[in-house]
Design a protein around this ligand. Structure first.
Ligand SMILES: [Zn+2]
Ligand SMILES: [Zn+2]
Length: 462
């Protein structure tokens, strides 16, 4: 088997994404994630199955499901250089420092004694070990194709690697690997359409033999990325109605990517008079990441220059009293976590906000079926809802729990389009649920040999 692909995590779920790629006896690791909903050992990719020395590690972007366990694999494989784009390197380190803090809280509050998996001190050497590559984020996507790739990395066994912009968040990139006449394209998380701050993905030109395709939204027939302007308009209408009547609007969002997009969109809606000029709050990690967005403005769309710190205030500690006073007057709150994992600021605020009719809770990103966010989104007035096992259930009264599709991923039709443009001989589907993969396989089965990524399974690429 000259080429093979093994899923260590994140095959048929949004999990601890990490994939082992072997090319003529040379082993590479694509991504090193941490599971967003699992804890302890269960949240890690199966690094134990790697028995050989890795030649290199590539990180597609800095969301934790792609980078959260990097210090662990770095400890296990210190010889392997780590490659990422320049912004991904900076954001990843910030996200990992935050992960140390979160793990310490879990150790104290929930008794996970194996936490923290790594300390702040472990991240300092990593700073020197991640090699940040310059890349073109596709703002000038119409320029000659060679300009949209990162610098080229040459590895043992005549393997070459380059990043190519994936349009998902600041710094995000897919990976192009070449050995002999064979080419592989790993999309990472991908958005084809432009978002407010990030230009859409650039797809590789030329022959691709093997495609590793994310499929976050493959199972959602209601999401069309082209409806984004309409979604923003109805968001503005609903938010306006609630704010004008004295309510507050909570938007659960991930600190990296979605928070910055929303800041820009909300500010623009206020400036244009589409929503009333109310105070805007974001959570602390969101502020830190926004700083990195500002530092790396050259990788963003030119309009991102209006992203400013005067636009928002940072949420403080959220106990019952401060939540109460925050929600007294109309405001917009963009709070982590996007899927409303227990005890995060978005969950603490939502617990109070579901109990009052005047507020709104607007989901704008991916909602995993077994998260608190999913249960909140599907709750009905008159229903009792449990926010955490330690607390009494609360009675839902809020009729304004809504969803708007402002996603930073390709929709299912665009995923098909990507495969049809790239025309690989073999397509491996990862980072999504099985039902969605079945939809894509049904559509693509005649054009390409389609495999479903599955944890622990090795797929020959021949
Ligand atoms: Zn992502
Ligand atoms: Zn992801």
């Amino acid at each position: 088997m000259a080429w093979s692909f093994t899923v260590l995590g994140g095959g048929q779920e949004i999990g601890a994404n990490s994939y082992l790629l072997k090319i003529h006896g040379v082993s590479l690791l694509l991504d090193a994630g941490l599971h967003p909903k699992k804890y302890g050992q269960e949240s890690l990719p199966e690094y134990g199955t790697i028995t050989e020395e890795l030649e290199a590690i590539f990180i597609s972007h800095a969301h934790l499901d792609h980078v959260g366990s990097l210090p662990l694999i770095n400890r296990q494989q210190p010889q392997a250089p780590i490659f990422a784009t320049i912004p991904t390197k900076d954001i990843a380190l910030r996200m990992l420092h935050n992960t140390v803090t979160v793990m310490n809280i879990f150790r104290e509050e929930k008794g996970y004694l194996e936490y923290p998996f790594f300390e702040h001190g472990d991240l300092r050497p990593l700073e020197g070990e991640i090699i940040g590559l310059e890349f073109n984020p596709g703002i000038y996507a119409s320029a000659a194709a060679k300009q949209v790739h990162s610098e080229r990395v040459r590895l043992r066994g005549n393997i070459q690697a380059r990043f190519i912009s994936s349009g998902h968040i600041l710094g995000s990139a897919g990976l192009l690997l070449r050995q002999g006449k064979r080419n592989l394209y790993y999309t990472g998380d991908i958005s084809v359409k432009d978002q407010a701050l990030i230009s859409g993905a650039v797809l590789p030109e030329g022959k691709i033999d093997f495609l590793i395709l994310e499929c976050t939204y493959a199972n959602d027939p209601e999401y069309y990325s082209r409806n984004r302007p309409k979604e923003i308009e109805s968001f503005a209408g609903e938010a306006s109605r609630i704010l004008s009547a004295g309510g507050c609007v909570l938007i659960p969002a991930f600190a990296l990517g979605k928070t910055q997009e929303l800041l820009f969109i909300l500010h623009r809606l206020i400036r244009r008079g589409q929503i009333p000029p109310v105070p805007l709050y974001i959570s602390g990690l969101g502020k830190n990441i926004t700083e990195i967005y500002q530092e790396h403005r050259r990788y963003l769309r030119p309009q991102a220059s209006t992203l400013s710190f005067e636009l928002f205030s940072v949420l403080g500690f959220l106990d019952d009293l401060s939540v109460e006073s925050l929600l007294r007057d109309p405001c917009l709150i963009v709070a982590t976590n996007g899927m409303m994992v227990e005890n995060t600021p978005s969950a603490r605020l939502a617990r109070r906000m579901v109990q009052e009719e005047r507020h709104g809770i607007f989901f704008c990103g991916y909602i995993d079926p077994d998260t608190l966010g999913y249960r909140v989104f599907h709750s009905q007035p008159g229903e009792a809802l449990t926010f955490s096992p330690q607390e009494e259930p609360v009675m839902v009264k809020n009729p304004n729990i809504k969803r708007f599709y402002l996603s930073s991923h390709a929709d299912r039709y665009e995923l098909l389009e990507i495969a049809r443009i790239v025309r690989p001989r073999i397509t491996v589907l990862v980072h999504g649920v099985k039902e969605g993969m079945e939809f894509l396989k049904e559509e693509l089965g005649k054009e390409s040999q389609v495999f479903f990524g599955e944890k622990g399974k090795t797929i020959p690429l021949e």
